[in-house]
Write a protein that binds this ligand. Structure first.
Ligand code: PLP
Length: 396
C-alpha cells in the first residue's frame, strides 16, 4: 500500500499545473536557432529566444568549434582542478577578462552554475546577503546554498537597500549585496551606481549578474559595468555565455585574487567537469566578433526600439523595459497562453510566461527581438499581435 501511494503527489501536481494554466508545453525546434525556426514542420517567426545577436548558428562560431574539435577533441575528461583545464579554457578566460575589463575570469558550466559558484564561496553561515526581491532563480538558489541569512530589499531601490544595511550595521560578518544587472522578465536595469555607493558606504561586497547585459549594454556589449562606467568598483561580475554569446557556459569575472580564490573554493569548479571544447571554441569566436564590431549590438537596439514603438501605437502595455527585452503584459496566465496560441496559429512563436517565473496576475508574452530580425520580420510580428490581441480583447 505504502509503495503504491508514495509518488501520487507527482500525478496530482501535474494535474494542478494543467488545471491552473501553469503547465508549460515545451516546443521542440527542428531547425537551427535563428529569426525563423521550424516547429512541428512549420516555419515560424522566433520571438522568444535569448539569441540576442543571432550568434547561435553563426558561421564563425561553427568553424571555430569544428577546428578546435579537430585539434583538441570534444570532452575535457575531468573537473578543472584535476585534469580538465585545457589551454582552450585559459584562452577563453583571458578573452572574457579583456572583454569585461576585469583582471581575470573563471569559466563555469553555465550562468546558473556561476551563481552557485560565487555566492556560497563568498558568504556562509552567520553572514548576510542583501538580495533584490526580483533576482533570478539562480541567484536565489546560490544564496540559499550559502546558508547565509538572506535580507530581501525592494526591487531596484537603493534607499531600501540602505535601510536594510543600516539595520544590520555593527553586525560583524561578511556582507554581500547581489542584483541582476538587467531583470530578465521586465527588462529594467539595476541602478548600479547607487547600489555600489550604498554597498561601499556599509562595507558590503557587491555582485552583479549580467546575464542579459552582456552583448546588449555598454560599449560593444561589454555589459552593465561598462554601461555605467563602474570599472573596478563591482567586486564580482557573473556572466552567461548562453544568451547573447549564443553558445553555453558561464563565468565569474573580477580581480585576479578573487578568481584565484574561486578556483580553489567554488564547488561547481571542484566537482563538475569543465566546459567542452566546442562550447569553448564557439565562445572564443563570439567574443572576437564582439571585440571587432558593435554592429550587431546596434542592430539589436534599433530592432527593439522599432518593435516597442509599433506595439505601443497599437495599445499594448510593454511595461517599463529599458532594454531589448519587451514584455507584452496580459495579466492572467490563461489569457497569456491563449494569446501565445493565437500567435502560433499565425506562425509567430512567442511563449507565455506565468507564475512562478513572474508574480501571479502578471502573466505576459516576453518578446525577445534579435539583431537578426529584419524590419519585415518585425512588421509580421506586429500584425500578428494586432490581430490576436483584438480577437482576445487585449487591445481595442
Ligand atoms: C539566464 C540567466 C541565468 C542562467 O544562465 P545560463 O547560462 O542559462 O545557466 C543566470 N542569471 C540570470 C540573471 C539569467 O537571466
Amino acid at each position: 500500500m505504502k509503495v503504491a501511494v508514495r509518488m501520487d503527489f507527482v500525478t496530482e501536481e501535474l494535474k494542478r499545473l494543467k488545471d491552473e494554466g501553469l503547465y508549460t508545453y515545451i516546443r521542440t525546434i527542428e531547425s537551427p536557432q535563428g529569426p525563423w525556426v521550424v516547429i512541428e514542420g512549420r516555419k515560424v517567426l522566433n520571438l522568444c529566444s535569448n539569441n540576442y545577436l543571432g550568434l547561435c548558428n553563426e558561421e564563425r562560431l561553427k568553424d571555430k568549434a569544428k577546428k578546435y574539435i579537430d585539434q583538441y577533441g570534444v570532452g575535457p575528461g575531468a573537473v578543472r582542478t584535476i585534469a580538465g583545464t585545457m589551454s582552450v579554457h585559459i584562452e577563453l578566460e583571458k578573452k572574457l577578462a579583456a572583454f569585461k575589463g576585469t583582471e581575470a575570469a573563471m569559466l563555469v558550466q553555465s550562468g546558473f552554475c556561476a551563481n552557485l559558484s560565487a555566492i556560497p564561496a563568498l558568504v556562509g553561515k552567520g553572514d548576510l546577503i542583501f538580495s533584490d526581491e526580483l533576482n533570478h532563480a539562480s541567484i536565489i538558489d546560490g544564496c540559499r546554498l550559502s546558508r547565509a541569512e538572506i535580507v530581501r530589499y525592494k526591487h531596484n531601490d537603493p534607499d531600501d537597500l540602505e535601510r536594510a544595511l543600516k539595520e544590520k550595521e555593527g553586525t560583524n560578518c561578511r556582507k554581500l549585496v547581489v542584483t541582476d544587472g538587467v531583470f530578465s522578465m521586465d527588462g529594467d536595469i539595476a541602478p548600479l551606481p547607487e547600489l555600489v555607493e550604498v554597498a561601499e558606504k556599509y562595507g558590503a561586497m557587491i555582485m552583479v549578474d549580467d546575464a542579459h547585459g552582456e552583448g546588449v549594454l555598454g560599449r560593444r556589449g561589454r555589459g552593465i559595468v561598462d554601461h555605467f562606467d563602474l570599472h573596478g568598483r563591482v567586486d564580482v561580475e557573473v556572466g552567461t555565455l548562453s544568451k547573447a554569446f549564443g553558445v553555453m557556459g558561464g563565468f565569474v569575472a573580477g580581480k585576479s585574487e578573487l578568481i584565484e580564490y574561486l578556483r580553489q573554493k567554488a564547488r561547481p569548479n571542484l566537482f563538475s567537469s569543465a566546459l567542452t571544447v566546442p562550447d569553448v571554441a564557439a565562445n572564443i569566436a563570439a567574443v572576437e566578433i564582439l571585440q571587432e564590431s558593435g554592429e550587431l549590438v546596434e542592430k539589436l537596439w534599433d530592432n527593439a526600439f522599432y518593435f516597442r514603438a509599433r506595439m505601443g501605437e497599437l495599445g499594448f502595455d510593454t511595461g517599463h523595459t529599458q532594454t531589448p527585452i519587451t514584455p507584452v503584459m496580459v495579466g492572467e496566465a490563461t489569457l497569456a497562453k491563449e494569446l501565445s496560441m493565437k500567435l502560433f496559429e499565425r506562425n509567430v512563436f512567442a511563449q507565455a510566461i506565468a507564475f512562478p517565473t513572474v508574480p501571479k496576475g502578471k502573466a505576459r508574452i516576453r518578446v525577445m527581438v534579435s539583431a537578426s530580425h529584419t524590419r519585415d520580420d518585425l512588421d509580421y510580428a506586429v500584425s500578428a499581435f494586432a490581430e490576436a490581441g483584438k480577437e482576445l480583447g487585449i487591445i481595442g
